[in-house]
Structures are given as C-alpha cells and as structure tokens.
Design a protein around this ligand. Structure first.
Ligand SMILES: C[S@@+](CC[C@H](N)C(=O)[O-])C[C@H]1O[C@@H](n2cnc3c(N)ncnc32)[C@H](O)[C@@H]1O
Length: 221
C-alpha cells in the first residue's frame, strides 16, 4: 500500500526544472523553495567520498552530489520515482538509483557512508527509532547525517497521518510521517550516538512556513 501511495505521489509531482536561476544543470536544495538555503556543503564531502540518499524522489540532489565527484547511491520506495531518476540522470557518473525501502537497504548493504542525507524523504516517513540507529550502523567515522523537511505543526508531534490525493481514488492515500520540534530531533540524534548535532528552521524567503534542517556526525575521527 505504501509503495503504491508513493507511486501516486510521484506521478503527481512535476520534475525539477532543467536549470536553476543561475543556469546550473544540477544543484542541491534542502528547502521547498527554489534557490534558497544552504547547499551540499552541509554534507562535508568531496571527491572520493561515498554518500547515500534516502527517499531520493527524481534524484536531483543525488545527481548534484555525484557531480561533485562523490560516489552517490540513492534509494527510493517508489518505482515511478526511481525510473524517472535513472532516465533523467543517465549521463551522470558515480550515481546509482535503487528501488528499495531505506531500512531494508541499510540492513543489506556493506558500505560505510561519509554522508547520508534525506530531503523531505525517508527520514520524515520512517520511524526514527528504527532508522536513526540503522543509518549510524552504516556510517564511516566522522560521517555526516543531514535531513530536511517541513517543520511540525505546533502540538502535532510523533507519528502523524499524511495524505496523498489522487484523481483516480475516492479517498486520499495515507502514509505515516514523524514530526518533532528541532530540540526533540537533536536529542534523538544525540541519544543515538551522533555528535555535533544541530537542528533549526531555515526561514522561508517571503515569510510563512520554513524548513527544518537537522544534522549530526558519527563520532570517530
Ligand atoms: C516527499 S517525497 C521527496 C522526494 C525527494 N527527496 C524530493 O525532495 O523531491 C518523499 C520520497 O520518499 C520516498 N520514501 C518514503 N518512505 C521511504 C522509505 N521508507 N524508504 C525509501 N524511500 C521512501 C517516497 O517514495 C518519496 O519519493
């Protein structure tokens, strides 16, 4: 059910434009606003590193990370998303897309990642009590975990129902989403063993709802 809900979402979502406002073909965007907020520097990776994206959608951020000389593996539950990503970014080296559930992939792979990231992706839609330790178990010493999504609505914390509408279905499809205040995310990362943890909201460019950005580091360098 969840996979088909995400396929429905994927069909409704327009692809990223061909170029951004600077004319660049790839770019990293943590937020829901074009050309806004920090970029891939949050990940602290460069040529020779290996990165993993969880819930990559159509792959624009993963393609940008690969273009920086980083080997980038990107997974998504939705076959529709993965097919679109493979087609659009076929000419980018060191980039792989897999149709996989995030926790399953982490349990099966044998990489050590220098960065793991998720942009409105699997980190928002998977129980963090399961996912945060699973990620940490596959991170290289000093590796960075970073993720973004819309901030929680005041008072709506923990597992929430999120609705995906479809013109073909009488009722919206439902997926689970985990919403917390920045401090709660920071505490959860710290309790899982991450260090140098930061969590805060990037303000929206013209007011309104901003973007929560959380990052931390695996100890060990
Ligand atoms: C809101 S979309 C964001 C996609 C993309 N990161 C972007 O910024 O456009 C959420 C994505 O996460 C994927 N997803 C949700 N739960 C997942 C999980 N447990 N494992 C892998 N992918 C997941 C969905 O299939 C969907 O493509």
């Amino acid at each position: 059910m969840t996979g088909s809900a995400w396929d429905t979402y994927a069909r409704s979502k327009r692809p990223r434009p061909e170029v951004n406002s600077c004319g660049e073909r790839t770019w990293f965007n943590w937020t829901q606003f074009p050309d806004h907020g920090p970029g891939a520097e949050v990940l602290g990776v460069g040529p020779g590193a290996t990165a993993l994206e969880l819930g990559c959608g159509k792959g624009g951020n993963a393609a940008h990370v690969a273009r920086l000389g980083v080997r980038c593996i990107a997974v998504d539950l939705s076959g529709v998303q993965v097919q679109a990503a493979r087609k659009r970014w076929a000419d980018v080296d060191d980039l792989e897309f897999h149709q996989r559930e995030a926790v399953d992939y982490l349990g099966a792979c044998d990489y050590r990642f220098d960065a793991v990231f998720s942009v409105f992706g699997a980190l928002w839609f998977t129980d963090p009590a399961v996912l945060l330790p699973a990620i940490r178990g596959r991170m290289a010493p000093g590796g960075v975990l970073a993720f973004s999504h819309r901030p929680a609505f005041a008072g709506c914390y923990g597992c929430q129902a999120a609705f995906i509408s479809s013109p073909d279905a009488a009722e919206p499809l439902v997926v689970q989403r985990w919403d917390y205040e920045p401090k709660v995310w920071a505490d959860m990362l710290t309790e899982t063993g991450y260090v140098n943890v930061q969590a805060g909201v990037i303000e929206a460019p013209h007011g309104g709802v901003g973007t929560l950005l959380v990052h931390g580091q695996n100890p060990g360098v």
